[in-house]
Design a protein around this ligand. Structure first.
Ligand code: BGC
Length: 349
């Protein structure tokens, strides 16, 4: 089902698509492919929207820190907004100090209008989202044709499949930027949520949040989520990495590495409601961001303001700054190849 959500300044109509299957309900905008609401039941069967967002298009356009959006062409940061590929240096749109964040500037994939087509496949329902980014857009080489598939399965899982092709060698790293609060959007801090991540190493960063290049063990650091623990448990320790990021904003090196099929990598649980999110992915990395830059200036559909730590993001991806880090798994895509990535979100209570 599709309804008008609002209009951009140039008159472009933005639609909101509604899907429901297997006990999960979601709403997706053509603008940015944004998941503006995802509703799941708690242990007593009460539904809540567990994603931060806005109830109007104007806030999404002017103020959104990527709430629910598709991220491209490159998830997270590329240092100094440049990289060299096949001997040629490309300068990207810089939008985070001296770095390029989440595809950069005015035409990141979170800010474009996607072509959306609904589908039903056996017991599953979903949306195909298409976008073509022209050669040179935001500084990236190659015409990048992107197709993202959002599927709601008969079990209520939300599956995201990404595909992209190019006509020139380029770099690609697509992800989704949902801000989770399993107690419900606007209900306060996520510090009591419990998180487990199947990773023994993470990538420490410099003060600009660019990886230094050497993965470090999580053992004996606040970054150890190998056993499930409350997010707030070590969040206020005076660890240099927490100081740089005002909390957690780091990439975990998933123990499983790149996998041909999605494999389980993380479980997030809100003990108060019982709502639980399990994630599986084909990707080698997970960016866990503890909502450090939410500062009480944005108001959600609940009418409540969002403060620091009122949500967290779990972004499956290749590692930040890979185009400048020869030791990281490659993000290069060449003509004739197809970029593929899948992440599955399963819900229980
Ligand atoms: C990044 C943060 C950034 C946030 C934007 C996250 O993916 O890691 O550093 O501030 O996105 O809202």
């Amino acid at each position: 089902m599709k309804e008008l959500f609002g209009k951009l300044a140039d008159g472009t109509e933005i639609h909101s698509w509604s899907l429901a299957n297997g006990g999960t309900r979601m709403k997706v905008l053509s603008y940015g492919g944004i998941v503006r609401s995802l509703e799941i039941p708690d242990r007593r069967g009460h539904y809540a929207n567990v994603c931060l967002g806005f109830d109007n298009i104007e806030d999404y356009v002017s103020a959104s820190p990527y709430f629910g959006a598709l991220i491209g062409r490159y998830g997270n940061r590329i240092g100094k907004g440049e990289f060299t590929l096949d001997g040629k240096t490309y300068r990207l749109s810089v939008n985070d100090g001296e770095n390029s964040l989440h595809g950069g500037g005015t035409m990141g994939f979170d800010k474009v209008v996607w072509d959306i087509e609904p589908f039903t496949k056996g017991p599953d329902v979903g949306l195909y989202l298409h976008h073509t980014s022209v050669d040179g857009e935001m500084g990236y080489p190659g015409t990048l044709k992107t197709k993202v598939t959002y599927t709601l399965t008969q079990h209520g899982d939300w599956r995201v499949d990404y595909e992209a092709t190019t006509d020139k060698a380029t770099v690609v790293n697509l992800t989704s930027h949902v801000y989770w609060n399993l107690a419900g959007e606007g209900s306060g801090t996520i510090e009591n949520h419990e998180l487990k991540i199947a990773a023994s190493r993470y990538t420490p960063v410099d003060p600009g949040l660019i990886p230094t290049g050497e993965p470090a063990p999580v053992a004996d650091t606040p970054f150890d989520f190998r056993r499930s623990k409350a997010i707030g448990e070590n969040l206020r320790e005076t660890h240099q990495q927490l100081l740089y990021a005002k909390g957690i904003d780091h990439n975990w090196v998933l123990d499983k590495g790149i996998s041909p099929k999605p494999e389980w990598i993380a479980t997030l649980k809100d003990p108060s409601s019982g709502r639980t999110l399990r994630m599986a992915t084909t990707e080698p990395g997970l960016q866990f961001y503890s909502g450090n830059f939410l500062d009480g200036t944005l108001v959600g559909p609940s009418g409540r303001i969002y403060r620091q730590g009122d949500a967290l993001c779990l972004e499956t991806q290749h590692f930040p700054d890979s185009p400048n880090q020869p030791s990281f798994p490659s993000t290069v895509l060449r003509p004739g190849q197809t970029y593929r990535s899948t992440t599955v979100h399963s819900f229980s209570r």
